[in-house]
Every structure is written in C-alpha cells, then in structure tokens.
Design a protein around this ligand. Sequence first.
Ligand SMILES: [Fe+2]
Length: 362
Amino acid sequence: MSDIVNNTFITFTEGPLIGKSLHSLWLRERLSDKKHLDQINLQRLYEPSLLDENIYIEKFLHKGNNLMIIFSDGETGNFSIKDILDEVYQHDIFPKKKQWKENILKKSYHNYKSLKTSLELTIDMLRNFHLFGFVILTHMSKKKGAVIKFAETLGPVRSTNFGKYFDVISKPNPNDLAYTALGLSPHTDNPYRKPVPGIQLLHCIVNDAEGGNSTLVDGLKITNYLKKNEKHYFDILTSVEILFHFADKDVVLQNWGRLIELDSKNNFKQIRFSGRLDYVPALNPEQLTLFYQARKRLYELCTSKDFMINFRLESGMLVMFDNHRLLHGRTKYDPSSGNRHLQGCYIEHDVVEGKLRRLLIK
Ligand SMILES: [Fe+2]
C-alpha cells in the first residue's frame, strides 16, 4: 500500500490513477449507499453543500479496483476505481463525432421495419446519427402524422409557432420560403429561436414532382476545412455575432449568434446559416469587407460538391438531421409535374442523446 493520504486528499502512487489527487469532500459526496443515494433515481438524499468542509480521510484501503474509505464523520465509502477513472478523465460512452467522407450516404440508410424489432439496430442508427449528424430511414409508413409518431418513440417533440409539426408543401402567401416550390440553398433552420431547434425530422408522404431532391452539408467538415486552409475567414466567422430575425403577423423572433460557433475548448459547436434571415451588425468597413468575403466563401463551400450530398426522399422515407451541425436544402421542383408533400418537426439533442445513453447503459 503506497497511496499517500493527507488530511484533505488522497494521492495515488500506483494503479491507473497514479499521480492523481482526490479531495476528501469530492469522495465523500460520492457515497452511493442507500443512506446517501436514492437507489432508484440515483439522486442524493442530502444537500452536499451542508457537509462539514473539514471532513477528512481517516482510513483507507486500496486493493485492485476497490477503494474503501472511512471518513472523519464516521461514514464509510466503497468506490470502484473504474468509476472514479471514468469521472476524473471524463470518459464518455459516445465516440468522437466524425466528419464526412465520400461514402457517407452508403452508411446512412436504416430500414425502419428492422429497427422496430432490434435494439441493436436502433442503437446502431442512433450512434450513426451521433457520429455523422444524420440518418435516413426507409420502409416507414407513407401516411400523414408518421413523423410525429416516430419522433415520439424517441421523446418529446419541440413545438414552435409553426405548430407541433409543419407541412412542407407549396401553398399561397407562405410565411416561409420552405412552403414554395423554389429551390432552397443550404441553410440551418430557425437561427432566430432561443434555443435554436436541435434536430429536424422530415418525413416524405409523396414526392412525385420533377426535382425536389434533398441536400445536406456537413458544417463540421467545412469548419475543419476553413480552420486549416483559410484561417482569416475562419477567425472572423467564429467571432462576429449576427442578428437573426423572423416576423409574421403573430410574432417577432430574434436571436444573436456566430455563423460558426466554437465551444470553450475551441472545437466546433454549431453552425448557423440562413442568408434570408441574417442581419450583419454595422462593423467598421475593413471588418465588414472581410466578413462579407468570408460569408460568401462559406456559401461557396456549402454549395460545392465537395461538401454537399444530394439524395431523393421517396414516399415512406424520413431524414433526421442535426440542425446545429448540418445545413439542409432542396433542389427546386415543378409543382405542375406531380405532388411533393413532406411533414417535419423538431426535437432537441437531449432527446436523442438521452435515448442512446439509456440503451447503452445497462
Ligand atoms: Fe429548412
């Protein structure tokens, strides 16, 4: 036994936690017996902020994967070194997201009928969604309402002022260009909302018209490309905040955000792109010149074959995509050549993440 104990922390001198010091209170508030933790919902049965801050480690025994500690307040803790390791080094059961390669479409199709009978295939589908930001389901019902039925197998749907779901079909006097037969260049949906909807689902009821293919673009891949090859554009796109604005007769919605947003570790977090809805602030002319060049370059990349995939949603198919990572669009169609009717809805990231975690953690 060679771990070092001071009054307030333990330092590991062997094993997988070698060199790591753990505070006595950090350990004390992780007691998992039924006196301290509800055994069903795993929530604490006491307020940890009220623990005596002078609690220290009186005795300990570290053997293999087990760590037993007696604290100065008389409580005893039995810990798994593996659990501590996972928490200390923030191991996640989710793999790192991957940017697309040329063959991305091949691995994106999932047969919904098979999913319904196989937990493994459902996990595979949700994992692919996590990795690549979208999946395409085939062999679904062709009926109206199928999108909500499917979304609710994952969790609650996010309603908006468009309703619980929306019909993507050309109609007179639309409050959004989505409800026309025009082609839609790659964009993210609803950047003016707080928060921006996380995930969009689009189910195809009928698509007999000429044209009207679906397009998707990987914002993660574009961000990596700009960071590596066109850093001056990357820098301004990740720093200037844009106002996004939507208005109709009932509501005016506004939110600010960067076209490319990074997280606290400077990794890709979110892309926003909707040239129909953005209001660039009145920066000084030099900054604005660079910003407009960068936005134009971003548009060129988004519409380039190197970054965009094009596929056809047929009746009974559904695409689910990450609205914070991917841009989506469609080619124009001729409404006199046939019908095109999609239904869509939004769900949030924690719905899909939470479902996948539940299926992965036994
Ligand atoms: Fe859209």
